[in-house]
Design a protein around this ligand. Sequence first.
Ligand code: NDP
Length: 399
Amino acid sequence: MAKIVCVLYDDPVTGDPKTYARDSLPRLERYPDGQTLPTPRAIDFQPGTLLGSVSGELGLRKYLESNGHKLVVTSSKDGADSVLDRELHDAEIVISQPFWPAYMTAERIARAPRLKMIVTAGIGSDHTDLQAAMERGVTVAEVTYCNSNSVAEHVVMMTLSLVRNYIPSYNRVVKGGWNIADCVQRSYDLEGMQVGSVAAGRIGLRVLRLLKPFDVKLHYLDRHRLPEAIEKELHLTHHSSLESLTKVCDVVSLNCPLHPETEHMINAQSLKNFKRGAYLINTARGKLCDRDAVAAALESGQLAGYAGDVWFPQPAPKDHPWRSMPHHGMTPHISGTSLSAQARYAAGTREILECYFENRPIRDEYLIVQGGKLAGVGAHSYSAGNATKGSEEAARFRK
Ligand code: NDP
């Protein structure tokens, strides 16, 4: 029997919904590169319902308990008296989501002697100290592609919201106003702008594809170049440095993983190389940016806007400057946890668990760490090391 600790975000304040806005989800066959959607043997949940919050339990309870395992589900994850900390001592598997991450630091991994696997029910395993997982021989897996397209849609929404000054205009209507000049004094067309993606992986490439019909000029930065045919199809300009990309772009979208190489890549120095009045969209990870440098760039006008849904730590303390800085379009971390995405990452988590318990190999595309080293997708997109430093700040949210 294994004990699985699953950390999920809180239920809606009004309780689990009795009805939903829509009755069904569109059926998707494959991801754009041909990868199959998750293939668990079965699912015990209704796609389109809340699965990522505590009551939804990722639809795992029936499967795990009927196989003799113990499932503990909690949203209490930060601070020394958290349920997560109390349950770690005999946990074999810890599951959490980047939206409400269980920060699996070296200290926590050391306090979990039976720990064999850490699963990200989503994409992005930077909330786990990958170095410590490698040293302890703990497997780290995530549900690659499950919400990449969801995030790309969010990037398009946020890009348009900032450039067209949507949020302040909306707020003016809600408050009973009609002052058009106030709304449009910061409103532009996206058409003709230079738009760049930092990374052209699953999300980055999708963002570039979705934005192409707006007749923008597209740029990207990535360690590996895209095939020539894609560069030609999308008229892409490749850059080999952040400085070269940001010097020409009006909109910059961050779409790379957080790992020691990318931590704080946007800082006071690199922001000086942006065009004055650029827009920065970050749905990748909060720690890619220096928190105070972003706020200062909005204050000074170096950036015209900043939007995204990723913070560090999560949940962000109530006094986090990104809640109150000017010209921002921040949401809590929601882009990858639409009801549509939840159905995919719940099924993918189930697939990973089935493989683990049946001693079948976990798909290479889901592996980040295995056998003491970066593996599968992790070997391609991450670098060794630890990006969890400072995560204890998350405990301040509840205070
Ligand atoms: P992919 O692995 O498909 O793409 C990541 C890309 O980043 C790869 O092309 C990789 O390049 C590139 N990359 C890595 N390091 C660097 C670097 N130093 N400079 C430039 N490019 C780099 O992942 P996804 O596109 O699916 O997701 C990307 C990230 O987005 C995730 O790691 C996660 O942090 C975040 N995310 C956020 C979500 C949300 O809800 N807001 C949901 C899902 C993901 P290469 O491998 O070619 O070297």
